[in-house]
Design a binder for this molecule. Sequence first.
Ligand code: FES
Length: 126
Amino acid sequence: MALYSEKVMDHFMNPRNVGIIENADGIGEVGNAKCGDIMKMYLKIDENIITDVKFETFGCASAIASSSMATELIKGKRVEDAMELTNKAVAEALDGLPDYKMHCSVLAEEAIQAALEDYRRKQEQS
Ligand code: FES
């Protein structure tokens, strides 16, 4: 059996939404201390809808594929719906990840949560 699904390979080789957003409404950065991989998410939010999302990931193939898929899953969604995105949903959308690579999808969930929290914090301040 191949190590990675075709979808993982596709999102790793052609990641969607790579980059940064200037003046993002929410930014989240997380890392995994064990493997040292880092993921950063930028959100543009307009009237509670995620209108744009970009990421930068310095990490393994699964981390890049997970961030790419996660951005696709939350684009156009309401903030509350994006909050509910789990790493499991990301892995499922990728047609699965090997067990020992599940933590890479956790990074994507955490990066999005962190960016959404940052957005909420900024909302409260303004
Ligand atoms: Fe660390 Fe994949 S090995 S995120």
